[in-house]
Design a protein around this ligand. Structure first.
Ligand code: PMP
Length: 365
């Protein structure tokens, strides 16, 4: 039996699940993970905190994750200079779950979401999964958001939700604050519209977070994750900051006790080690900049990057180049952007291996 033989919802027919190949090769630079394992003192602290949580696992966890939201609010306030309170923060299992809760709340059947593609494919997939009509908006040739074209799309489609991914996956481009403000104002002029700024990679950006724009904008939501800058993709902890009413609203759709006591304890331990983890982010930022320069030196076309990954090309046969790099033991990502591949910044040794592989491969083209 095949999926389509089942009585599945029409909008799921013919769709593919999200999935990057998880191949066992020496250098894995394909999923925008942080290459640095958590430092040993943090691992020990997680063990301690989880042991404490384990003593109470007969009980449900704190349904409102109060202590964790307090810690996340403190992290955001400290790193952006914009004071955020616990009432403005909500957390879930990865920012994907946060996005799903937002779409369950503000999207759904008869409603639509607009994003500017190429972008993070889960925005479209979660929209479909929640019965929200997906509208693919354009980008310019250089992958920046074309404000004029975006405004036309807004007026034409009147979406209920607008996604702005900054820095954008898979291109690495950040969106200027002015552009987001103009989009927000234009969207509200059509009808009340939730604007979701996905800042999964913002700690790696040359630009500041858009978080301070929450002031006076009740329909703006900023989403974040501990998967990238905190190096804790395996933890599954994402969060949002928005008006407290948005936090109240997503509680209408969240499952009871969705965030386990083990997850909450682990995330709190990670927050205690923020400074060490942000030190790794600094290393990755300089490695990212080194990779951009080195790929340009090789004569490749490289999109400016504000993330921990880089889009490079152009290749006539993208798949063949992806395969040739893989044959040299380095896994990068083909996101389906014509002529382009994406590489995540790894450790200096991993990046050297990648650059060596690319140099060899392009010589043979
Ligand atoms: N947003 C963007 C732009 C991403 O690239 C990712 C992960 N690849 C996510 C959100 C989701 O991350 P997580 O669920 O691990 O927080």
């Amino acid at each position: 039996m095949k999926i389509d033989d089942l009585p599945i919802r029409d909008e799921l027919r013919g769709q593919s699940p999200y999935g990057a190949p998880q191949l066992d090769v020496p250098v894995q630079l394909n999923t925008n993970e942080n290459p640095y394992p958590l430092p040993e003192p943090l691992v020990a602290r997680i063990a301690e905190r989880v042991a404490e949580a384990a003593r109470h696992l007969n009980r449900y966890p704190d349904r409102d994750a109060v202590e964790l939201r307090e810690g996340l609010a403190a992290y955001l306030s400290r790193t952006t200079g914009f004071a955020v309170t616990r009432e403005q923060v909500w957390a879930a299992n990865g920012s994907n779950e946060v996005l799903q809760q937002l779409l369950q709340t503000f999207g759904g059947p008869g409603r639509s979401a607009l994003g500017f593609e190429p972008s993070y494919s889960m925005h479209a997939l979660i929209s479909r999964g929640t019965g929200t009509t997906w509208i693919s908006g354009p980008r310019r040739e250089d992958f920046t958001v074309d404000l004029d074209a975006a405004l036309v799309a807004l007026r034409e489609h009147r979406p209920d939700v607008v996604f702005v991914c900054s820095p954008n996956n898979p291109t690495g481009t950040a969106v200027a604050a002015d552009t987001v403000l103009a989009l927000y104002d234009a969207a509200q002029a059509v009808k009340p519209t939730m604007v979701i700024v996905d800042e999964a990679y913002v700690e790696f950006s040359h630009r500041a977070s858009l978080l301070p724009m929450l002031e006076g904008r009740p329909h703006l939501v900023v989403t974040r994750t501990m998967s990238k800058a905190f190096g804790a993709a395996g933890l599954r902890l994402g969060y949002l900051a928005a008006d407290p009413a948005v936090v109240d609203a997503v509680q209408l759709v969240r499952l009871p006790y969705h965030l386990s006591a083990v997850t909450q304890a682990t995330a709190l331990a990670c927050l205690e080690h923020t400074d060490t983890l942000l030190g790794y982010v600094e290393r990755l930022k300089s490695e990212r900049d080194r990779l951009v320069a080195a790929l340009r030196d090789l004569g490749l076309e490289v999109t400016d990057s504000d993330a921990n990954f880089i889009q490079f090309g152009r290749f006539a046969d993208t798949h063949a180049v992806w395969q040739a790099i893989l044959d040299r033991g380095v896994l990068v990502r083909d996101n389906g952007v014509p002529g382009r591949l994406r590489v995540t910044a790894g450790t200096p040794a991993e990046n050297d291996a990648f650059l060596e592989a690319v140099a060899t491969v392009i010589k043979e083209l």
